[in-house]
Design a protein around this ligand. Structure first.
Ligand code: F6P
Length: 363
C-alpha cells in the first residue's frame, strides 16, 4: 500500500472486549487521516460487519473524537467472540464457510488494508481472511489475559490488573474486620498473569495459577500457619483455570450453552473453611475486569500500537502484529505468533518474587 491519498482502510475489534480498544481506534484514525490523508472505515461487530449484507460499517472521521473516546471502555465498533467465518454457524444449526463473503465485503468497501484488534485466535482468523481477499493486514494485540506471544503487554491487561488490585484493596479491610479468609477468583483463561500480578500488588497470602497445579493441603497449611502466628484473616487470589494436582479445572455452562472456566473460587472457599475452620467468603470478579475506564498504561500502548499499525500499512507491510518489547513498539510476523502460547514462566521474576514474599503458590 502506498502513501498516496484516497486510500481506504478498515479497522475492527474482535473477540472479548477490554479497556483501551477505543484508544487504539482513535490512534488509527488520527494517524491515517492526519498522517496519510486516508479514509478509515470502522467495521461493526468484528468480522460480522463484512460478512453480513447489508455490510455494517461507519466512516470514522476526526469529528468523532471529541475527547471522550480515549477515556471510554468497551469498543465503539462492537465486537464478537462468536462465529469463525471459516466455520460460521447458520440459523439451521449447520456450519458454512463464509470467508468469501468477508473477502467480497472488503472488495465492496474498497479496502486497501485492514487493522484488526484482537487476541491471537482472532488475529489468526483475520490474517487468513485478508490473505484470501488479497488485502494487507496488521494485528494489534488485546486481551486482559496478557497471553498473546511476542508482546510484554496486550491492550487491556493493565486496566484489568488495576481492577483486580482494587478488589483486593477493598477485600483486605473487610477480611481483617471480620477475621475472614477472602477468596478472589479472577479471569485469565489458561494464563495466570492476571492472578500473579494482582496477588503480588494486592498483598495476597496465596496465589493459585494454572501453570502451577496446587495441593489443597499446602493452601490449608498456609492459612493455619497464619492463624497460629495470630493473623486471622487472609487473601487468596485464584485464576479461573487453576486446578488441583489431583483435580480438573472447574467449568460452568453459560446462557449461550458454551462451557467456560469459572467456579473454582467457591470450591476453594468451601474446602478451606472445612480444612482450617476459617470463615471464608468468595468474590468472583467476572466481567468487571473487562470494563471500565482504561488506565494510563493501556492508553499509552494502545496509542503507540494504533499509530504503528497505520505506519506499517503505509510501508506496505502485511501479516505483522505490533508488539511491546523493552519499552518500544516493534512488529513481528503473525506466523511466528499464532499457535504459540504465552503463559506464566514459572522460573521468571514474578514467581520468584512471590515465593520470596512468602506467598503460597500451592506447591
Ligand atoms: O479472554 C478474555 C476473557 O475475559 C477470559 O479471561 C475469560 O475466560 C473469557 O474472556 C470470558 O469470555 P466471555 O466474554 O465469553 O464471557
Amino acid at each position: 500500500m502506498s502513501e498516496a491519498q484516497d486510500k481506504t482502510i478498515g479497522v475492527l475489534t474482535s473477540g472479548g472486549d477490554c479497556a483501551g480498544l477505543n484508544a487504539v481506534i482513535r490512534a488509527v484514525v488520527h494517524r491515517a487521516i492526519e498522517g496519510y490523508g486516508w479514509r478509515v472505515l470502522g467495521i461493526h461487530d468484528g468480522a460480522h460487519g463484512l460478512i453480513e449484507r447489508p455490510l455494517r460499517f461507519e466512516e470514522l472521521s476526526l469529528d468523532l473524537f471529541t475527547g471522550t473516546i480515549l477515556r471510554m471502555g468497551g469498543t465503539i465498533l462492537g465486537t464478537t467472540s462468536k462465529g469463525d467465518p471459516f466455520h460460521f454457524p447458520m440459523p439451521d444449526g449447520s456450519f458454512k464457510d463464509r470467508s468469501s463473503d468477508f473477502a467480497d465485503g472488503m472488495g465492496e468497501l474498497g479496502l486497501a488494508g485492514l487493522i484488526g484488534i484482537g487476541g491471537d485466535g482472532s488475529l489468526d482468523i483475520l490474517q487468513r481472511l485478508t490473505r484470501q481477499g488479497g488485502i494487507n493486514f496488521i494485528g494489534v494485540p488485546k486481551t486482559i489475559d496478557n497471553d498473546v506471544p511476542g508482546t510484554e503487554f496486550s491492550v487491556g491487561f493493565s486496566t484489568s490488573l488495576s481492577t483486580a488490585v482494587d478488589a483486593l484493596d477493598r477485600l483486605q479491610p473487610t477480611a481483617a474486620s471480620h477475621e475472614r479468609v477472602m477468596v478472589l477468583e479472577v479471569m485469565g483463561r489458561d494464563a495466570g498473569h492476571l492472578a500473579l500480578n494482582a496477588g503480588i500488588a494486592g498483598g495476597a497470602d496465596v496465589i493459585l495459577i494454572p501453570e502451577i497445579p496446587y495441593r489443597i493441603d499446602k493452601v490449608a497449611e498456609k492459612i493455619t500457619s497464619l492463624q497460629a502466628a495470630g493473623r486471622k484473616h487472609a487473601l487468596i487470589v485464584v485464576s479461573e483455570a487453576a486446578r488441583a494436582v489431583d483435580g480438573d479445572t472447574v467449568r460452568h455452562t453459560e446462557t449461550d450453552g458454551k462451557v467456560r472456566y469459572g467456579g473454582i473460587g467457591n470450591d476453594l472457599g468451601a474446602q478451606i473453611a472445612a480444612m482450617t475452620g476459617a470463615e471464608t467468603r468468595v468474590t468472583v470478579l467476572g466481567h468487571i475486569q473487562r470494563g471500565g475506564v482504561p488506565g494510563s498504561h493501556d492508553r499509552i500502548i494502545a496509542s503507540a500500537f494504533g499509530v504503528r499499525a497505520v505506519d506499517l500499512l503505509a510501508e506496505g507491510k502485511t501479516g505483522r502484529m505490533v508488539a511491546w518489547q523493552d519499552n518500544q513498539v516493534v512488529d513481528l510476523a503473525l506466523e511466528d505468533i499464532i499457535g504459540r502460547s504465552r503463559t506464566v514462566d514459572i522460573s521468571a521474576t514474578l514467581v520468584t518474587t512471590a515465593r520470596g514474599l512468602g506467598i503460597c503458590l500451592g506447591d
